[in-house]
Design a protein around this ligand. Sequence first.
Ligand code: HEM
Ligand code: NAG
Ligand code: NAG
Ligand code: NAG
Ligand code: NAG
Ligand code: NAG
Ligand code: NAG
Ligand code: NAG
Length: 511
Amino acid sequence: MKLAINNVASTFFILAGIASALSIQDSSSALKHKRGPLKPRRVQSLLINPDAQPDLPTVQAATAAASAASLNLDDIQGDVLIGMKKNRELFYFFSIANSTDFKAKLASEILPLITTTTQLLDVSTQPVTFLNIAFSQSGLLALNVTDSLGDSAFAGGQFKDLGNLGDPGSVNWVTEFAGTGIHGVLLFASDTDDNINESVASLESAMGNSFAKVYSLSRLGLVQLPSPATNDGISNPAVIGFTANPSPGQANVSSGSILVGESGDSVTRPSWAKDGSFLVFRQLKQLVPEFNKFLTDNPIIIDGLTREQGSDLLGARMVGRWKSGAPVDLAPLFDDPALGADPNRNNDFTFQHPDAVLATNQTRCPFSAHIRKTRPRADLGTPEDAVHHIMRAGIAYGPEVSTDEANSNTTSTERGLAFVAYQSNIGNGFRFLQRTWADSPNFVHSGVGVDPIIGALAGAQRVITGLDPTNSTKQTTLTTGKSFFHTLWSLAAESTFFSPSLSAIASKLSV
Ligand code: HEM
Ligand SMILES: *[C@@H]1O[C@H](CO)[C@@H](O)[C@H](O)[C@H]1NC(C)=O
Ligand SMILES: *[C@@H]1O[C@H](CO)[C@@H](O)[C@H](O)[C@H]1NC(C)=O
Ligand SMILES: *[C@@H]1O[C@H](CO)[C@@H](O)[C@H](O)[C@H]1NC(C)=O
Ligand SMILES: *[C@@H]1O[C@H](CO)[C@@H](O)[C@H](O)[C@H]1NC(C)=O
Ligand SMILES: *[C@@H]1O[C@H](CO)[C@@H](O)[C@H](O)[C@H]1NC(C)=O
Ligand SMILES: *[C@@H]1O[C@H](CO)[C@@H](O)[C@H](O)[C@H]1NC(C)=O
Ligand SMILES: *[C@@H]1O[C@H](CO)[C@@H](O)[C@H](O)[C@H]1NC(C)=O
């Protein structure tokens, strides 16, 4: 059953919310940390639950799975395992102005408001506004925490790695992200703008001059949910110890792929870092009207498809999924919204088919398609690669495309993806997916080209094959420089953070 998000079923959900609120005392006394009294404040979930995505586990199911895997879901910040189920969020990047003061306020003002994984699983324990926090390397140093976390991409900092990620230099960076001035990020999420604004104002007032805002990015002020938000996150992995029953085809990864110090994380870490996770943030600008014009101008020509259908097919083949979320591997010519909306089927594919040679046949799904580059499934053999998985928890930012922008084929107000990925090891997670897979023209086979959505070659021209199902050697060139590369997406900012467990905040970071 889906949780309440829209008004259609609100009466039922309000009743259900009140009923579950009655048991609040039991849930709150189970929380292991010294935290403020938890009041039942919600009758409607702060999370969204699109049909296309698997349901979150119930508290009971997650608690049972966690106890079998010795995972403490009360100690893990809520964003890490729960992914993209928000529709209003604000990223608040800060610098620490007075460390002594900040440490004291981290304990007294921030920690009691941090939302845990368990808390998010039931409407009755959800806060009005969800709050999480993560620190950059310079932020940990500002707090006098000098232990190495064992991750060079994190330690190297936000700026050092850009030459390795295909980006055309730092020309597109948000200035605040150049350098080491960002010490951390607060994540606020809720179902209304008002809730978020009130929480930001109240936390700012409580923190006083101990910290200062450097930059913020939000998804606020939107009337409707843009369509990508409904299928974004469709294929996040199931984490052993959290998701008891993975959906068919969903990756089933060890807790240590996402959480530091858990089973499957092979790096030696300081003990306090256990159950934290590295958060990679990227502000990826998307030029949607320009992208749509490219699709309109370059339809795939196939008998039986209109030009418009041919344009939709090109877009779907670049991503590997249709707008509904249906995978092109299972729906090769037309979108299939019923398939897209069914989490028991929309991940149940491996790219392997009895009537096709896996290593050469890309009639159904191009080798370069975004979802095939970032999760090659059977292309790398079976059982599936277990190491290179991330938990995506980002959100779209900026307004919907206006009629003027659509008619002029030109973006006038910035929009894009506030990309967030959690992993226990950035070199195996985000950095590997971006650098070794998406940016390589020869992955997973020689000459297939880069990922058309995120692959980049430091500004060089990108040549992609396999997008036309009728001719797999036909090349599509995505021009570069100021022109086409930017019309797809461009990097505006990247930052690497560590999202610590609640007990690490209490015992290490705030004292
Ligand atoms: C503007 C940039 C991006 C756009 C528009 C985008 C869009 C999408 C879409 C539509 C999906 C399919 C639905 C879903 O599974 O959620 C997807 C999946 C995915 N994306 Fe992205 N994405 C972007 C950036 C990135 C980046 C930077 C990475 C990592 C380097 C990434 C990694 C993934 C992964 C791992 C999947 C799931 C693949 C699977 O498990 O089948 N994406 N993305
Ligand atoms: C950090 O360490 C230095 C040197 O030991 C000390 O003077 C300072 O008070 C510490 N600051 C905080 C915020 O703990
Ligand atoms: C930092 O905050 C502490 C505690 O509020 C205060 O005593 C100290 O003077 C502040 N330091 C500076 C440099 O403002
Ligand atoms: C929230 O705050 C932002 C920035 O201060 C403001 O632009 C916006 O109008 C506020 N939204 C609401 C609903 O108050
Ligand atoms: C997921 O992995 C766990 C641990 O290896 C295993 O017990 C479970 O059967 C797996 N689930 C699926 C659906 O593959
Ligand atoms: C590729 O596989 C499809 C079925 O998925 C098949 O119809 C087609 O003939 C194959 N192409 C080649 C060149 O073998
Ligand atoms: C926008 O692009 C479409 C498709 O190429 C074209 O038909 C239309 O004339 C363009 N509009 C403007 C204002 O350039
Ligand atoms: C396929 O595309 C290649 C490269 O554009 C071209 O040389 C070849 O003639 C095409 N094959 C067919 C059958 O159209």
